[in-house]
Design a protein around this ligand. Structure first.
Ligand SMILES: *Cc1c(COP(=O)(O)O)cnc(C)c1O
Length: 368
């Protein structure tokens, strides 16, 4: 039996490299609490991501929660966001005592900026868009709307690590941008995340929020959580960062091979690349003509040991945890796409032979 292929596979640095990096920790016994690796990784990420401030966090979700919390919005404030995302985005809004207001998406899976204004009320405090599959939101138009109505913009950039738009680091748009460094992401620290900003004051308030508000041995200045990144995670990040360029290049080759093999198949819609964006090729999404075909492809590939993902299905706003609260919200495209979407395996060392096999299997299934 051939081995199972999953939708992603965590990239690992050479083991010796990681081990020699973490060895000094046995002498120093400095395992966490803003140690050497933590501070080094913050510095290197500022450079890599082309942003002024990076605050490392224990994971992407806590980074999102604290990014929203640091804005100090009044409780009950409304946040315009997308339903076409991982549940974390919505949970972070709700767990801050705020109200998500869902806006439909465009053909590129990101929030439809032309539908945002109609959702703004006196209670609106922020927009939380998501750069889905690394497709960049319309950052200019969103900023224009936000400025006109005095709203904050916090990007969930979990899918957009290392990307740039018109030569500018993607996390430099909006008030804040949040990354996830989970094991399944293009860049990972096993578990981890970060909030990027251009404001030193925000960085310091985030520091308080991730470390109990402790400023010194005898001084606690505010009520904070614990969301610090530990030294083993930061060391993994420092090692992985060295291989980002080559990993993204390998992902690009895989994406191009899929595209070549699937091109011209009328029953499939491929993701469209924005020429202004330098992509990280983190995901390879496909839209099928209907749910039945999507499910048929998913089941068949699974039976061959190839695990694709219906990502994002069900649509986040329709998850049972929200008790049908949003079932009447008009989200036609998001609901439809979530039924037709399938994300194919993509990771740096995915074999060409598997890519070709997956593409051929798909073409064979949709043409019959
Ligand atoms: C992964 C992800 C998150 C959450 O990040 P974790 O590090 O897993 O907590 C949030 N939003 C999106 C869009 C994600 O893909």
């Amino acid at each position: 039996m051939s081995k199972e292929i999953f939708v992603t596979k965590s990239s690992m640095p050479p083991m010796e490299e990681y081990i020699s990096m973490i060895k000094p920790i046995w002498d120093s016994r400095w395992l966490t609490n803003m140690g050497k690796f933590h501070n080094e990784l913050e510095k290197e990420l500022c450079e890599y991501l082309d942003v002024e401030q990076v605050s490392l966090m224990v994971n992407g979700h806590m980074a999102l929660e604290l990014a929203i919390q640091v804005m100090d919005f009044p409780k009950g404030g409304e946040v315009i966001t997308t339903p076409y995302t991982f549940v974390s985005t919505t949970h972070a809004i709700l767990r801050n005592g705020l109200v998500p207001v869902f806006c439909d998406i465009k053909e590129d899976f990101t929030i439809d900026e032309e539908k945002i204004e109609a959702l703004i009320t006196e209670k609106t405090v922020a927009i939380v868009p998501v750069h889905v599959y690394g497709n960049i939101c319309n950052v200019e138009r969103i900023q224009e709307i936000a400025s006109r109505y005095d709203l904050k913009v916090i990007y969930d950039a979990a899918h957009a690590f290392g990307e740039s738009y018109q030569g500018r680091g993607i996390a430099s748009f909006g008030d804040l941008s949040v990354f996830s460094f989970h094991a399944t992401k293009v860049f990972h620290t096993i578990e981890g995340g970060a909030v990027c900003s251009s404001d030193r004051d925000v960085y310091e308030r985030l520091y308080d929020l991730k470390n109990f508000g402790i400023r010194s041995e005898e001084l606690v200045v505010s009520v904070g959580a614990n969301a610090k990144m530990n030294e083993f995670a930061a060391a993994m990040g420092l090692c992985n960062l060295k291989y980002m360029e080559s990993n993204i290049f390998k992902r690009k080759e895989i994406a191009e091979l899929y595209e070549k093999k699937l091109a011209g198949c009328e029953e499939i819609v491929l993701n469209v690349h924005n020429p202004d964006v330098v992509s990280n090729y983190g995901y390879f999404p496909l839209l099928f003509s209907d749910e039945e075909t999507r499910n048929k492809v998913y089941d068949r590939l699974k039976s061959r040991g190839i695990h694709t993902r219906k990502y994002f299905y069900p649509l986040t706003s329709d998850q049972v945890c929200f008790n049908d609260q949003y079932k009447d919200t008009k989200l036609d495209r998001a609901r439809e796409y979530s039924k037709r979407i399938l994300v194919l395996p993509i990771y740096p060392d995915l074999e060409e032979e598997v890519v070709v096999r997956v593409a051929e299997e798909i073409i064979c299934l949709v043409s019959n």
